[in-house]
Design a protein around this ligand. Structure first.
Ligand code: FAD
Ligand code: NAD
Length: 471
C-alpha cells in the first residue's frame, strides 16, 4: 500500500486542524490534512452555529412575550417548530457550504480522507491501509458527546448535539442532563420555544461557575423560566412512549419526558489513535501531557490542539492553538511558545454569562473583589433586562484586574472589552478613568470597579468623582 510523505501531518480538519495546516504551510512545510469525513467543523455542523440559530428563534419568541411590559400588546407567539428547525438547517447549510469551500480551496493533494492512528512518533496508518510519514504531527481530533451508562436503556430517546439539530420538530418535553454551557443554552432556548424543559446536573453548580454569588443569582434568574435541579444522581427507564427520569440527592423526584438531551461533557477524541505507538506520556484521563504555550507533547515531534487536548474547549482557542501548533510543527525541533490569550468563556443564555481570567473567592490571598448588580441598573431597567451580577477580581495592591465572572445584559459584548483590559494589565482605576457613555450597560460595571478602588485603596480618578451616579 502507498506511503505518503510530508513535513507536517494534521489529524482532524476542524477549526484547530485547519488553522494548524494553514500555519504549517505558511511556515514552508509540505502538509497533509487528514480527516475521516470532511463533513464540516463541529462548530458549524453541531456546535456554535446551530445552537445560536436555535437561540435566535428563542429570543424572537421571548421578545414577543415581553412586549406587553412596554405597552405593546401582542397575542402570545404561535411557534411553528417545523419552521424553526427548517430555518436552522437552511442557515446551517449555507455555513456548511462555505466551510466545504475552504477545504476545496486547499492546494491540490493537501486534503486526505481517512481515519488515522499512530504507527510510531513520525508515522500514521490510515484505515484504508495507506501510511503517512511526517517530520511532525498535529493531533486535532476534537471531542464528542459523553453519554453516561445509565442512559443506555433509553438510548432511542436520548438526544445529543450530534442529533438534536436534525429533528423535524421541537420536542414536547425534554429532560436536559448537564448544566454546562451546552445544557444551559439549549434548555433556555427550547423552553422559550415552548418545550416543557427540566434541567439536571450532578454537581452543585450551573455553568460550572466557581463564583457562588454569581452562580446563585444566575440560577435564580434562569429558574423563572424552567426548573433547575442540581446535586442529583439520575436514573432513566422506559415508561410507555416516555422516558421516566428519577433523581435523588439534594432533591428527589420522578417525571416522564418525551426525550432526554444529554449534555454531560465532551471528552476528547483520542480512543483509536493508538497513542501508545506514539510513545506519549498520558495524564490520568488518557490525554497526552502537553505544554500549553507550545502545544508540544513532551519532547516528541507531536503537537495537540483544540478540543483534543481537553483544555480550553472553545472555538477561538482551537484556532489559536492550531496556529501555534502548526508553526511549531513546521519548525520542529525549533519550538517556541505562542502567545495565549486570557481564558475567556461565554455562555449565550439570557442573561449572558462570561468567565474571564482567574476566578477568586473572598478567601484568596492578596485579591479584592468588586461586585455590581444589574437588578437596579439604569439602562437595564429601561430595557426590562435588569437582572444579573458581575464580579471583578483584582490585585489588592494596585487594583490590577485579574479576572471576572459576569452574568447580565450585554455581557456577550462587555466581556470582550474586560478580557482585553485584563490582558493589557489594566487597573480598576484606569478603566474608571475612561469615558462611559450614558445610558449604557457598561455604566453598570462602574460600581464593581469603584469597590475595587475602595478596597485596594487606589485613588478613584477625578473623571469618575465628577459623575458619581451615572450608572
Ligand atoms: C453545541 C455546542 C455549542 C458550542 N458553542 C460554542 C460557542 O458558542 N462558542 C465557542 O467558542 N465554542 C462553542 N462550542 C465549542 C466549539 O465548537 C469547539 O471548541 C470547537 O469546534 C472544537 O474544534 P476542533 O477543531 O478541536 O474539533 P472539531 O471541529 O470537532 O474537528 C475535529 C475533526 O477531527 C476529525 N477526526 C477525529 N478523529 C479522527 C481520526 N482518527 N482521523 C481523522 N480524522 C479524525 C473529526 O471527524 C473532525 O472533523 C460549542 C460546542 C458544541 C458541541
Ligand atoms: N458558548 C460557548 O462558548 C459554548 C457553548 C457550548 C459548549 N461549549 C464548549 O463545549 C464544552 C462541552 O460543553 P458541555 O456543556 O457539554 O460540558 P461541560 O463539561 O461544561 O458541562 C457538563 C455538565 O454536565 C454535568 N454532568 C456530567 N455527567 C452528568 C450526569 N451523569 N448527570 C448529570 N449531570 C452530569 C457536569 O457536572 C457539568 O456541569 C465546554 O467545555 C465548552 O467549552 C462552549
Amino acid at each position: 500500500m502507498a506511503e505518503l510523505n510530508c513535513d507536517v501531518a494534521v489529524i482532524g480538519a476542524g477549526t484547530a486542524g485547519r488553522a494548524a495546516e494553514r500555519s504549517a504551510r505558511r511556515h514552508g512545510a509540505r502538509t497533509l490534512l487528514i480527516d475521516d469525513g470532511f463533513a464540516g467543523t463541529t462548530c458549524v455542523r453541531i456546535g456554535c452555529m446551530p445552537s445560536k440559530l436555535l437561540i435566535a428563534a428563542a429570543e424572537a419568541a421571548h421578545a414577543v412575550r415581553q412586549a406587553p411590559i412596554f405597552g405593546v400588546e401582542t397575542v402570545p407567539p404561535r411557534i411553528d417548530g417545523r419552521a424553526v428547525m427548517a430555518r436552522l438547517r437552511r442557515e446551517r447549510a449555507a455555513f456548511l457550504a462555505s466551510d466545504r469551500e475552504s477545504i476545496e480551496s486547499l492546494p491540490a493533494g493537501v486534503a486526505l480522507r481517512g481515519r488515522a492512528r499512530f504507527a510510531g512518533p513520525n508515522r500514521l496508518a490510515l484505515d484504508d491501509g495507506r501510511t503517512v510519514a511526517a517530520k511532525a504531527i498535529v493531533i486535532a481530533t476534537g471531542s464528542h458527546s459523553a453519554v453516561p451508562e445509565n442512559f443506555a436503556s433509553v438510548a432511542d430517546r436520548v438526544l445529543t448535539t450530534e442529533t438534536i439539530f436534525e429533528r423535524g420538530d421541537l420536542p414536547g418535553s425534554l429532560a436536559v442532563v448537564g448544566a454546562g454551557p451546552i445544557g444551559l443554552e439549549l434548555a433556555q432556548a427550547f423552553a422559550r420555544l415552548g418545550t416543557d424543559v427540566m434541567l439536571f446536573d450532578k454537581s452543585g453548580a450551573i455553568a460550572g461557575l466557581k463564583d457562588r454569588i454569581v452562580e446563585a443569582d444566575l440560577r435564580r434568574i434562569l429558574a423563572r423560566e424552567f426548573p433547575i435541579v442540581t446535586g442529583v444522581d439520575l436514573t432513566a427507564e422506559r415508561h410507555g412512549e416516555a422516558v421516566r427520569i428519577a433523581w435523588h440527592g439534594e432533591a428527589t423526584g420522578t417525571r416522564d419526558f418525551d426525550h432526554v438531551l444529554v449534555a454531560a461533557g465532551r471528552p476528547p477524541n483520542l480512543a483509536g489513535l493508538d497513542l501508545s505507538a506514539a510513545g506519549l506520556k498520558l495524564d490520568k484521563h488518557g490525554v497526552p501531557v502537553f505544554d500549553e504555550a507550545t502545544l508540544q507533547c513532551g519532547a516528541a515531534p507531536i503537537f495537540i490542539a483544540g478540543d483534543a487536548n481537553a483544555d480550553r474547549a472553545v472555538l477561538h482557542e482551537a484556532s489559536d492553538e492550531g496556529t501555534i501548533a502548526g508553526r511549531n510543527a513546521a519548525n520542529f525541533p525549533r519550538v517556541r511558545p505562542g502567545e495565549r490569550g486570557v481564558p475567556f468563556q461565554l455562555t449565550f443564555t439570557d442573561p449572558n454569562v462570561a468567565v474571564l481570567g482567574e476566578v477568586a473567592t473572598e478567601e484568596t490571598p492578596d485579591v479584592v473583589i468588586g461586585t455590581a448588580s444589574y437588578a437596579d441598573q439604569g439602562r437595564a431597567k429601561v430595557m426590562a433586562r435588569n437582572a444579573g451580577t458581575v464580579r471583578f477580581y483584582a490585585a489588592r495592591q494596585g487594583g490590577r484586574l485579574l479576572g471576572a465572572t459576569m452574568a447580565g445584559p450585554g455581557v456577550e459584548h462587555m466581556a470582550h472589552l474586560v478580557a482585553w483590559a485584563i490582558g493589557d494589565g489594566r487597573t480598576a482605576a484606569e478603566l474608571l478613568d475612561r469615558p462611559f457613555y450614558h445610558p449604557t450597560f457598561e455604566e453598570g460595571l462602574k460600581s464593581a470597579l469603584r469597590a475595587i478602588c475602595a478596597t485596594s485603596r487606589t485613588t478613584v480618578p477625578s473623571r469618575d468623582e465628577a459623575r458619581p451616579s451615572a450608572a
